[in-house]
Ligand binder design. Structure first.
Ligand SMILES: Cc1cc2nc3c(=O)[nH]c(=O)nc-3n(C[C@H](O)[C@H](O)[C@H](O)COP(=O)(O)OP(=O)(O)OC[C@H]3O[C@@H](n4cnc5c(N)ncnc54)[C@H](O)[C@@H]3O)c2cc1C
Length: 463
């Protein structure tokens, strides 16, 4: 492989492979036989052909910011990491088409800096900077899904290398917004964690950067009030609504305790049980036609207060408002936290949260439930925190029982156990349990078609 790619593009254990082997949160580590770092689609094909010939398993990796361990090798020491980090041969901005075509190795933050000058952006807002390949393979969501959709909705085209004998390239790149010529094959490579093929490039739809944004923290009495407000916002300002994020009192309390300098918008000494971050954005400048996001937001919040949905609301500069929501790392300072990332129909979130707290109250009394999330799109991050102050380590079986209990509740209410991060080894056993067996069977048959020797990825989507 070194003779095909060049010596510095194939790293061996002596070169130090830790950063490719360890998950971003440090909660999982694998062992790689080597790391291959192709710079082009032709080189990706060379790696895949070589691996096919020698029956060597590969795990594709982009920025390695995934949270379900799908981008790191298993512990066998026999897998290779196929890192796309140097794969940057294509970068085309089509201003007229409002699209971007970029190789798999470019990362989100770099791309958005690059697009700034054209007044455009890829509207994916997350606390990490994933690569193009990783965003497609995990269908990245984030805080703006309610306004702009997830990566699946933003993906107009893909280039993929299959793990067959010839390492076939499927070129589905292009900026078509409509294409009704049968199967939309690219969708099979979105959110399937790199098990069907290696994404080497993608074409994304871009949006104009907003020229005015209004942001507010809103205190609500309960979930029903929050969803009353959401309905009002969608009815009166729907096309401008770009974020509707939730944070529970327990998370706010943690943030306050560990960040004395963090400006909380709420009156001194008071923290709500549930707060919602609302954001309206528009590409129309306020001096063009007199459209003001701030006035619009204040008007809706006033009407929300009159109807009993809003207890209190605080408008402020977006950076200040978001500072409270972004960069939450306090749970690890107080204990061991176990997180799940679920999604539910919006109509079922209120009853789900009530039952979640009841479940924790009866079965996990020593633990604190933390929840926050992308409320408006039905996404919730639920954590169970076991405090260091208990003086003994958490019981892993209890943590596992909690995860299963939450996933069962989610399934009962029509939701899914993985909203954003994918399956990965972290969720594989729940995939077996909760995913429709017929879909698992078909997934296995497709795997056979695209990757007949089963050399790609660490997760088996088949039965
Ligand atoms: C602080 C923090 C906040 C986060 N917030 C969010 C959030 O709000 N919403 C959200 O959705 N995610 C969030 N994430 C998760 C993470 O950033 C995403 O899962 C990300 O999309 C993964 O991209 P990556 O480039 O890092 O992929 P990697 O971690 O490298 O890989 C992830 C998966 O994709 C596969 N893969 C990678 N590259 C390719 C390729 N070229 N071809 C085929 N398969 C490939 C891997 O095999 C693996 O299965 C967060 C992560 C962190 C650390």
């Amino acid at each position: 492989l070194r003779s095909e790619l060049g010596r510095h593009q194939v790293l061996l254990p002596d070169d130090g492979l830790e950063r490719y082997e360890r998950s971003v949160l440090g909660d999982a580590t694998g062992r790689a036989a080597f790391v291959a770092r192709p710079t082009s689609t032709a080189e990706v094909r060379a790696v895949v052909r070589w691996a096919y010939r020698h029956r060597v398993r590969l795990v594709p990796q982009s920025a390695n910011s995934g949270l379900v361990h799908g981008g790191i090798p298993d512990g066998s020491g026999t897998m290779g990491v196929l890192s796309l980090e140097l794969c940057k041969e294509r970068l085309e901005v089509d201003r007229l088409g409002r699209t971007l075509t970029a190789s798999a190795g470019y990362d989100l933050d770099w791309l958005n800096d690059h697009l700034r000058g054209d007044g455009l952006m890829l509207p994916v807002d997350v606390g990490s900077s994933p690569g193009v390949g990783g965003m497609v393979a995990t269908n990245t969501g984030g805080t703006k899904v309610i306004g702009y959709g997830d990566v699946r909705r933003l993906t107009l085209g893909l280039e993929v290398v299959l793990a067959d004998e010839d390492a076939t390239v499927i070129d589905m790149l292009g900026g078509l917004r409509k294409n009704n010529t049968g199967l939309d094959l690219k969708q099979l490579f979105v959110a399937t964690g790199g098990t069907y093929g290696v994404v080497t490039a993608a074409t994304f739809e871009l949006v104009p950067r907003p020229k005015q944004v209004a942001t507010a923290w809103v205190v609500v009495k309960d979930d029903d009030a929050a969803f009353g407000l959401l309905q009002l916002l969608e009815a009166d300002a729907g096309e401008f609504l770009t974020s509707f994020e939730s944070m529970s009192g327990a998370v706010l309390e943690l943030r306050r305790r560990h960040n004395p300098d963090l400006r909380l918008p709420f009156p001194a000494g008071s923290l709500p049980d549930l707060a919602i971050l609302v954001e309206l954005s528009s590409a129309t400048p306020p001096d063009l036609g007199g459209l003001s996001m701030e006035e619009l937001l204040v008007g809706v919040l006033d009407r929300g207060a009159a109807r009993g949905h809003v207890v209190d609301a605080f408008l402020g500069r977006p950076e200040e408002m978001w500072a409270l929501r972004h960069g939450i790392d306090e749970p690890a300072k107080e204990g061991v936290a176990f997180w799940v990332d679920v999604s539910l129909p919006r109509a079922n979130i209120a009853v789900f949260r009530t039952r979640l707290f009841a479940l924790a109250g009866t079965r996990h009394r020593d633990w604190t439930v933390l929840d926050l999330g992308h409320y408006g799109d039905g996404g919730l991050h639920v954590g169970l925190l076991y405090p260091f102050s208990r003086g003994r380590p958490p019981d892993p079986e209890e943590a596992e029982a909690f995860r299963l209990g939450v996933y069962e509740l989610v399934a009962e209410h029509g939701g899914t156990f993985s909203a954003e991060h994918g399956i990965g080894p972290y969720n594989e056993r729940y995939y077996r349990r909760f995913k429709d067996p017929a879909v698992q069977r078909l997934s296995g048959e497709l795997k056979q078609l695209f990757d007949p020797r089963g050399i790609l990825g660490v997760v088996n989507l088949g039965p």
